[in-house]
Structure formats: C-alpha cells, structure tokens
Write a protein that binds this ligand. Structure first.
Ligand SMILES: Cc1cc2nc3c(=O)[nH]c(=O)nc-3n(C[C@H](O)[C@H](O)[C@H](O)COP(=O)(O)O)c2cc1C
Length: 323
C-alpha cells in the first residue's frame, strides 16, 4: 500500500477485526481454518467441493490438458454447463467479453446457446469426456420453460446429475432473467422445477438485489438443494471516449472486483439458510478460496480466473492437499 500511496494521502494502520464494522465473530472460521470436504446434494457427491462457474469459459477448448486427462489436469468435483434456454439464442452483439480492470472481466454474451433440444444429444458424452464427474446442467427461462426442460431431463436425459437454475443473468432482457432479484419470482421458478424433478437443484443468485438473504430463504423454502452466489454484477462499461467497450453498453462484471461483493452475498445467504451455498465470484487463489470458505461457503466455483489462466483450477485443487 505505502509504495502506491499518492503524496499527501495518509494511510491508517490496518484495523483490527473488532474495529471493522459488523461482528467479526460472524465469520465462521479464519481464512486458515480447515477446508470443507465433499459436498453432497441429494445423491450426488461433489468431491472436492470445487466447480467451474457456468459459462465463463469452455474448459475443453481453453485447456488442452483437460482433453487429455481431465482428472489429472484439474480435479473438479463437478462440472457446470453454460446456461441452456428452451430455444437457441445467438446472443448479444459482439464483442462479448473484455478486460475491465486487472483480473476483472465484463461480458455481455447474452446466454448464447444451441437450445435445449440440441444439447441433449450434443453434450451426451460430457460425463465420459470429463472423467466421470457429475455434470450439472444450467437452465434459464421463465418458470414454465424451466419446468418443461427439467421434466424432460428427469425423464429422458441420463447424463445430467443435477440442475442449476440461472435466475440471475444480467445480460438478457425480458423473460425471467433477473428472477433472483425478487423472492416471490425466485420461489415461483424453484417450485415449478421442484414439482417435476427429484434431481439435485442449485439456484444461482445475484448480488444485484435488495435483500439476497430473502431471496435465498424463498429459494430454500421452494425446494432448492443449494444456492450459488453469485452471478456477474450488472455494470456499464465505457471507454475513455464514452463508447461501449462491448457490443452492448451494459454487461456483467466478474473476477477480482466482484470478489468482495460475492463474499458479502455469500455471508448473507449463509446467515439466512441451512442448505449449502457455493461461493462464486473472484476466486482465483488459495487466499480467495479460503476467504470464501471462511465466509461459510461449502464449495467454490471459479470462472474468470480460470478463463484468464486455465492452470488456476489445478492449482486450487491442491489446497485440499495441505492442512
Ligand atoms: C463470459 C462469461 C459467460 C458467463 N455465462 C454464464 C452463463 O451462461 N450462466 C451463468 O449462470 N453464469 C454465467 N457467467 C457467470 C459466471 O458463472 C460467474 O457467476 C461469474 O463470472 C462470477 O464468477 P468469477 O468471478 O469467478 O468469474 C458467465 C461469466 C462470464 C465471464
């Protein structure tokens, strides 16, 4: 800090936990504490509790080591697909992804995907390709679409071990995309899916809402088995001349600048619910992973850091090696 401090700006000594606002005992553990082991969601075991973050990067395309030997290259406990919608989507105008700040991305992909009917066939080999780890299918849409897709998966798509409802994409307008901003809308989606399937169900939340704890509670009451906190944060990304850096003025921020926002959201969810919370947002290192766990996350998901450096995942997997 001192080297980068502009002249005339005084820097206070680092505060002790007691001097920081809030209750320091609200941290469930110190960052050096014991890491949680396998996470069980119904009959699915996620071991280690390390996942990729939906859609942030195509692991198979970006890391050749993964294609050769996924388990050795990065022993994920489960793999989450990018979000699939009932109909194919070509996405928003390009460019889709830019660096916003160091280790921080802004994206406006807009849920580009081949559509639900296609992926059942196209992604059938994923569990084998990924060395047998559980594959979690991320779904987006209104409650009726979510229920229709979930029912179809439950009845006919054997390679899917669990579902993740993306109720929190900031880059699509209309529909049910920010249902996680509102407890009643979130509950309606979760209940619609729970009515048609016994598959493990994760619900992905956003920090861009008034009270994420209330949304978490609503999702839990409606039948969610776990929560994922958080999706990208809605931002406007303009260059020095005021032009959008992406094909759309607004996008979702991920990576380092999202990390403290995600920690706060995870803490609020953990305080509100008994179901496990998967911490996603700026996890990039042993330190940030341990911060997520110390905040009460039962598993971590990694997106941007792995997109920028695929070796991040295999490095993170080693944190379970040492006490
Ligand atoms: C390029 C890009 C595409 C994404 N696509 C999806 C998606 O399809 N579904 C979803 O739930 N989240 C999506 N996300 C959000 C990530 O899953 C994750 O919540 C977010 O990036 C925060 O994690 P991170 O800071 O580790 O990247 C996307 C993120 C990025 C950067």
């Amino acid at each position: 800090m001192s080297a980068a401090t502009p002249a005339g700006v005084s820097v206070s000594p680092a505060p002790t936990p007691a001097a920081v606002g809030g209750d320091p005992s609200a941290c469930t553990d110190r960052p050096t504490g014991t890491l949680p082991g396998a996470l069980r969601l119904r009959d699915v075991v996620i071991n280690p509790p390390l996942l990729n973050a939906s859609g942030a990067f195509d692991l198979l395309a970006t890391d050749p080591d993964w294609r050769a030997d996924p388990a050795a290259a990065a022993p994920l406990g489960a793999y989450v697909t990018k979000t699939v919608t009932a109909e194919a989507r070509s996405g928003n105008p390009r460019p889709w992804v830019e660096l916003l700040a160091p280790e921080t991305l802004v994206n406006s992909v807009g849920l580009a995907n081949p559509g639900f009917a296609e992926v059942g066939e196209q992604w059938r080999e994923l569990p084998d390709t990924l060395g047998g780890i559980p594959v979690i299918l991320s779904l987006g849409g209104c409650p009726e679409e979510l229920a229709a897709m979930a029912g179809e998966v439950s009845a006919h798509v054997g390679w899917v071990a669990g579902l993740e409802l993306n109720l929190s994409c900031p880059n699509v307008h209309g529909g049910n995309v920010l249902a996680a901003a509102d407890p009643a809308r979130a509950a309606a989606s979760v209940a619609a899916v729970r009515a048609v399937t016994d598959l493990p169900m994760l619900v992905k939340l956003t920090a861009a809402c008034g009270d994420i704890g209330a949304v978490a509670t609503a999702a839990e009451s409606a039948g969610a088995d776990g929560l994922v906190a958080v999706n990208t944060m809605p931002v406007r990304a303009l260059d020095d001349d005021g032009w959008p850096v992406l094909g759309s003025p607004d996008g979702g921020m991920s990576g380092a600048m999202l990390h403290p926002i995600a920690l706060r959201a995870v803490a609020a969810c953990v305080a509100a619910v008994a179901i496990p919370v998967i911490g996603v947002g700026g996890v990039s290192s042993s330190a940030s992973a341990r911060r997520m766990f110390a905040t009460g996350a039962r598993a971590i998901g990694v997106g941007t850091a792995a997109a920028l450096a695929p070796s991040t995942l295999r490095d993170l997997a080693h944190i379970w090696d040492s006490p």
